[in-house]
Unconditional design. Structure first.
Length: 365
């Protein structure tokens, strides 16, 4: 037999004494005849969710920050090491931003160097390199992000659909292996393959009577080599992320599709891809947050200080490195780094705002 809970009795008792002024109470807008129905619909909810803490007026009392910390102290203790890590390695070093507005020298130090305002930024933009490195950084990262997403999803779908467990494990291992190889090693492989005199590619071409190609002095080759190498090295990691999302899809959906006569391509199109959509959107948003950050290891190890390829492969990160190491220009290097960070922030906020307008559930914040 249904028994009225105590908080409904309290509610009915308070309802007799309230004024006609509308009150913000969870069930105050409902008529008394529906109270029993509302309780039945919320039977699965805990008393703490339904019977909110009230003040004298019957309104919910908002917890203070200390009360919230006391209530969730275990969660805050778990977050404490992460918070300390970010404070030390991410937020405290941000004091170095002032170098972008100073004429830094070792004698006066970080805060004692003379203030020159926007002069470092003016020098950076008037050097003729700002637009070039920005264009290269954005275009390369957009191509990398697009190819990485497409091939990672395809690889994950392929592995998920393969029934042979031995082949599945071998293919996963082979795709994941390049992720652990350093770009230093990859650059050595590339040099042995593409060296003009003794490289494997030119040796094979000479064997068949063809003219050798000079990869390290032809910028157009690197528009294809860099995306290829990036995808080859990253596809294993990306496929694991998407494969984990595929494994979380209810298998009954696939079984029902098989019963209805759907082939593998139809199952992938109408079940797998739609279910992967939230994961794809979130990972793409996170990739857009790094759109102004080039892969310094890849570009510097593969290209180095090759002046012939500079205009085709120079990005913000390599420009900052050369300004700091070769020229010792702390001011311009810091100005370029701050410019890069601000653009990253603007792009991720704008991209998240667009996603929030289209699909609010997929937004990061």
């Amino acid at each position: 037999m249904y028994k009225q809970p105590q908080y409904f009795k309290d509610f009915l008792k308070e309802d007799r004494n309230i004024s006609k002024k509308p009150q913000k109470f969870p069930y105050r807008e409902l008529c008394r005849d529906n109270i029993y129905l509302v309780h039945q619909q919320n039977a699965g909810m805990g008393d703490e969710d339904l019977h909110k803490k009230k003040t004298k007026n019957g309104l919910k009392q908002k917890r203070t920050f200390l009360q919230e910390m006391k209530r969730n102290k275990i969660l805050y203790l778990m977050f404490l090491p992460v918070g300390i890590y970010f404070l030390i390695f991410a937020y405290f070093p941000m004091a170095g931003i002032v170098v972008a507005f100073k004429q830094f020298n070792y004698r006066d130090g970080l805060f004692g160097s003379p203030w020159i305002g926007w002069e470092n930024f003016k020098f950076f933009f008037s050097s003729g390199k700002a637009f070039l490195v920005t264009k290269n950084t954005v275009l390369y990262n957009l191509v990398f992000l697009f190819l990485y997403t497409v091939f990672s999803v395809l690889a994950a779908v392929f592995i998920a659909e393969v029934n042979n467990k031995v082949f599945k494990k071998i293919s996963q291992s082979m795709m994941f292996l390049p992720y652990f190889i350093s770009w230093v090693v990859v650059s050595a492989f590339m040099y042995n393959f593409c060296n003009y005199e003794y490289g494997i590619v030119n040796t094979v071409l000479k064997f068949f009577g063809r003219e050798p190609v000079s990869v390290y002095s032809t910028p157009s080759y690197w528009y294809f080599l860099l995306p290829f190498l990036y995808v080859w090295k990253s596809i294993g990691y990306g496929s694991v992320l998407y494969l984990a999302a595929i494994m979380g899809i209810d298998q009954e959906c696939y079984e029902a599709a098989k019963i209805d006569g759907a082939n593998v391509f139809q199952r992938v199109r109408y079940i797998t891809i739609p279910c992967l959509r939230p994961t794809i959107v979130i990972l793409v948003l996170m990739g857009l947050g790094r759109i102004m950050r080039g892969d310094f290891d890849m570009f510097y190890q593969l290209i180095g200080k090759n002046g012939v390829l500079m205009n085709a492969t120079d990005i913000i990160d390599t420009l900052v490195f050369r300004s700091l190491i070769d020229l010792g220009d702390w001011g311009m290097a810091s100005a370029a780094g701050l410019y890069q960070s601000v653009l990253c922030f603007i792009i991720i906020v704008l991209a998240n705002w667009i996603v929030k307008k289209v699909e609010p559930d997929y937004a990061l914040f």
